[in-house]
Design a protein around this ligand. Structure first.
Ligand SMILES: [Zn+2]
Length: 660
């Protein structure tokens, strides 16, 4: 009964929409998704919330720069953020926008409760103000210049509503004391406690100089300012004023970056206490991924984007790296080199290799059915013990959010299986009854270990473990396995293996890095959209501009396009680009490398020797990071735009002949 399950509610920050997600945002969202999957496998009903923080002066400015109304600007951003999370397989259960009406109502309701309880008063806020940017400059003194435009600031006083944060010093310290796990990790807790012990100043929670915000009812032009608005989104997402009906409040876990922990552990519980609402159970602050030891930012030009990595190595590889490489809570260094190294060593050579060799031996020796094990030898029991210990260790570590240690425990079991196979050498055994029986035991034991690690790794590697589960022919879905019931010995003998498929193909490090960087470059500096035959049609742009009707051109325009007969010499698939083939084409004067978006409709082997029409004077460009020097001409057929290559079936045409 779903209603009987314990509930678990977790959130990522409500991300500010003045840009698009990079690997830092992806990191938090990936962790949240892994915890969500893990909790579900432990029997919880889980809601994970993420969303977009859409108010404030910076959004006003960005919209102005884009020449669109704020509402349109933020709608585009919300669509882009949500679409990326969907594409990366980490969608929210609740995606909350701070412009949603359910959120507006919740903020206004929370304010009303705080006011009724005597924690809100009207006062004057005095600060340095930039009249060009229409914004207060935080922390500026009289005489300081605006950090955005460099012009002098003016001292301005405006009427604000204040929240009596000073009244919550003692209640907060008592709360931290009674709930020692509220702030994590421990180092952050000490930082916050000394901040609160140092005394709390009342907090301005409205502005009259900001236009783009949630209005304070009956008090226009006051709008809510930053944190009173943004933090409340966590509550809006699970019912707002009606939170009791859904039963997901108080929140179990807020995941945040270390830079915003103070707002989540001081302001947020104080707002809720003032409104006499339940306070969240835990706030966990993680560190940053640094590039060359500095924080990633768009202005520094050292942003790592998630999509190119997912395209090249798969989303599971990125998830594994983010959760394995650093201790959760601390800063880590991001490098493509370390990413690809981990991919090859831990995924391709580790899990991928164990799965493929085990399953291949079962296929060869036992007709693709999991064999029934014979009598056990001590070394078989040793591996069983290794796996059982991995279960205990991996789950205990995951429960404490020691993700790297949890994965280490799982990979230690994989290494144990590799060692076991190397010493048992089932491939060197013959077909005698005794040998077959021994082989059955060895392969059952290895496959059972593979099943156990597949279940354990599922929250971190959801796609590839689902594949291994199918390959092992095990019943149901791996996501439905209950972690609490996971034991050695549950592998079903006699199960028919699924159809073999590659899990983590090994990649050449240098080539992989170059392609990831090239794809990132394409995404950051988009050029003209690729033509349909060379690549899949690009998704409609956010603006949704309709293509103008084609105008007629003169012959002089047509002759600008140089098309020649070419012959395909080689054709291969490209790792990480399902739709593209990499071709080498003889165009008479030279051999060219050309990418074509035809991989879903043409077998590469069958293309060799085929004569095609090639646009030879197209400027070289990179598709999915692979250089393409020219374009193969194809018709686009049917609603899905299936490519059909233009060709010369009836005549023996000369290679290099020009099409006119
Ligand atoms: Zn300024």
């Amino acid at each position: 009964m779903p209603g009987d399950k314990p509930k678990f509610y977790l959130t990522t920050p409500i991300y500010y929409t003045n840009g698009l997600p990079h690997i830092g945002h992806t990191y938090t969202t990936v962790i949240a998704d892994a915890i969500r999957r893990y909790k579900r496998m432990r029997g919880y009903e889980v809601v994970m919330t993420t969303g977009t923080d859409e108010h404030g002066v910076n959004v006003e400015r960005a919209a102005q720069k884009a020449g669109v109304p704020e509402s349109e600007y933020v709608a585009r951003m919300a669509v882009a953020w949500k679409a990326l999370w969907d594409e990366l397989g980490i969608p929210a259960d609740e995606f909350i926008r701070t412009t949603d009406i359910r959120h507006v109502r919740t903020v206004q309701w929370l304010f009303k409760l705080c006011r009724e309880n005597g924690y809100v008063y009207k006062g004057n806020y005095t600060g340095q103000y930039c009249i060009y940017d229409n914004a207060f400059v935080t922390d500026a003194k009289p005489g300081d210049n605006c950090p955005d435009c460099g012009r002098p600031t003016e001292t301005v006083t405006e009427e604000n509503y204040y929240f009596k944060l000073s009244a919550f010093q003692k209640p907060l310290l008592d709360f931290y004391n009674k709930n020692p796990n509220f702030i994590q990790p421990e180092t952050r807790k000490n930082e916050i406690i000394s901040f609160v012990e140092g005394g709390l100043k009342d907090l301005s929670i409205t502005r009259t100089t900001v236009r783009w915000g949630i209005p304070v009812p009956g008090e226009e032009p006051h709008v809510f300012y930053v944190w009173f608005d943004a933090l409340t989104a966590y509550l809006s997402a699970v019912g707002g004023p009606d939170y009791e009906k859904r039963g997901f409040w108080p929140c179990d876990l807020h995941l945040v970056g270390k830079d915003i922990i103070r707002f989540h552990t001081v302001y947020w519980p104080a707002f809720l206490m003032a409104a006499m609402l339940p306070v969240p159970k835990q706030v966990w602050a993680h560190g940053w991924f640094l590039m060359d030891a500095s924080k990633m930012s768009k202005s520094k030009g050292n942003v790592v984007l998630p999509r190119p990595i997912a395209n090249m190595l798969g989303m599971d590889a990125m998830r594994y790296f983010l959760m394995r490489e650093v201790v959760f809570g601390q800063d880590g260094n991001f490098s493509y080199d370390a990413l690809v190294t981990r991919y090859n060593s831990d995924l391709a050579n580790g899990l991928g290799n164990l799965a493929s060799r085990t399953l291949a031996m079962i296929e060869k020796n036992f007709g693709g059915k999991i064999p029934k094990p014979g009598p056990r030898l001590p070394q078989d029991d040793v591996l069983a013990k290794v796996a059982s210990e991995a279960v205990g260790e991996a789950l205990e570590r995951f429960e404490r959010f020691e993700f790297a240690r949890s994965l280490e425990a799982i990979w230690a079991a994989i290494a144990g299986a590799d060692k076991y196979l190397t010493s048992e050498q089932p491939w060197a055994m013959g077909d005698s009854e005794a040998d077959m029986q021994r082989k059955a035991t060895i392969l059952w034991t290895t496959a059972e270990l593979l099943r156990v690690v597949t279940v354990l790794a599922h929250p971190v590697l959801p796609d590839s473990t689902a594949k291994v589960w199918t390959l092992l022919g095990q019943p149901g879905k791996v996501s439905a396995v209950e972690l609490d019931g996971l034991r050695w010995g549950q592998l079903v003998a006699g199960a028919q293996l699924g159809k073999a498929q590659a899990l983590f193909p090994r990649v050449d490090k240098q080539e992989a890095i170059e392609r990831i960087e090239a794809m990132a470059n394409e995404e950051l500096n988009p050029t003209q959209p690729p033509a349909p035959a060379a690549a899949p049609a690009p998704a409609a742009t956010a603006g949704g501009v309709a293509a103008p009707a084609p105008e007629k051109i003169g012959i002089e325009d047509f002759t600008k396009v140089e098309m020649r007969v070419g012959q395909i010499k080689t054709a291969e698939r490209i790792v990480g680009a399902d739709k593209l083939l990499k071709l080498t084409v003889d165009i008479g004067t030279e051999i060219r490398q050309i990418c074509a978006g035809i991989a879903q409709f043409y077998e590469p082997e069958k293309l060799i020797g085929r004569k095609v029409a090639v646009v030879v004077n197209l400027a070289p460009r990179k598709l999915r990071g692979v250089e393409s020097n020219g374009m193969i001409v194809a018709a686009s057929v049917g609603p899905e735009g299936r490519p059909v290559l233009a060709g010369f079936p009836d005549e023996d045409v000369e290679i290099g002949a020009r099409l006119k």
